[in-house]
Write a protein that binds this ligand. Structure first.
Ligand SMILES: O=C(CO)[C@H](O)COP(=O)(O)O
Length: 254
């Protein structure tokens, strides 16, 4: 994959059961995507294997929405990296703010998960983001530095180049969110890029893909992709419909 590949993907979150996922995956399998783009979808666990099977060998990468850090054991209700790999997924989303806020995900569990995903050959899609209070009090950079440093603690330079980082301000996510200004995103991503270079050295720190997420739409996606330190977008609502997803992808390369 080229250094300048643009990642554009969506998590279906808690939407699309097995039947709807199957329909969506079949439509995605029939679609073509511009070569500059690496599309990805992240279905719910109940359809992960089916979606992986349908999209296997094609253009669209598939991920899981979460994972436990252990391979197996008495962890009722959890899904292990071994299971995710066996389904055929390439990516795993870790540390989304909805998991941090509602399900007790901490910086430390995020770190365990990132390292475990890498050990199992999965590509972590590490989500970090500031709350509206943190943004208001101008400690966004401090919050992101803490989340990033702890999440990547103990990750080798070589492994780091396989990590995707999504900056998703909590205040930008969902129906009540407001999309971040492109200027603010560039300043913040520039800060993240410098942090990554400090953590891992210039080459590995530069290789990490930095995605923006939070109220991304067909209308604003290209404005984020145009920024020097934005390597992709991570989309929710605006890409759950597969035709809208494809239109959004086409829009960023138009
Ligand atoms: O994770 C996200 C993208 O899948 C994120 O929460 C953004 O959601 P959106 O505001 O509905 O685009």
């Amino acid at each position: 994959m080229e250094r300048n590949t643009i990642w554009v993907g969506t998590s279906w979150k808690m939407n699309k059961g097995p039947v709807a996922s199957l329909v969506a995956a079949k439509e995605l399998a029939r679609m073509s995507f511009p070569v500059a783009i690496q599309p990805f979808v992240i279905p719910p666990f109940t359809s992960l294997k089916d979606v992986c099977d349908i999209l296997s060998g094609g253009r669209v990468a598939v991920g899981a929405q979460n994972m436990h850090w252990e391979d197996d054991g008495p962890w009722t209700g959890e899904i292990s990296p071994v299971m995710i790999s066996e389904c055929g997924a390439e990516l795993v989303e870790i540390g989304h703010s909805e998991r941090r806020i509602h399900f007790g995900e901490t910086d430390w569990t995020v770190n365990l998960k990132v390292r475990s995903a890498l050990r199992h050959g999965l590509r972590p899609l590490l989500c970090i983001g500031d709350t509206s209070d943190e943004y208001y009090h101008d400690v966004t950079n401090e919050t992101l530095a803490r989340q990033l440093k702890i999440a990547l603690h103990g990750v080798s330079e070589e492994d780091l180049s396989r990590v995707l980082v999504a900056y998703e301000p909590v205040w930008a996510i969902g129906a009540s969110g407001r999309a971040a200004d492109a200027t603010f995103v560039e300043t913040t991503h520039d800060h993240l890029r410098k942090l990554l270079r400090n953590i891992a050295g210039s080459d590995s720190g530069s290789a990490v893909k930095l995605l923006y997420g939070g109220s991304v739409t067909q209308e604003n996606a290209a404005s984020y992709i145009a920024l020097p330190n934005v390597d992709g977008v991570f989309v929710g609502r605006a890409a759950w419909n597969v035709d809208h997803f494809r239109a959004l992808v086409e829009g960023v390369v138009a």
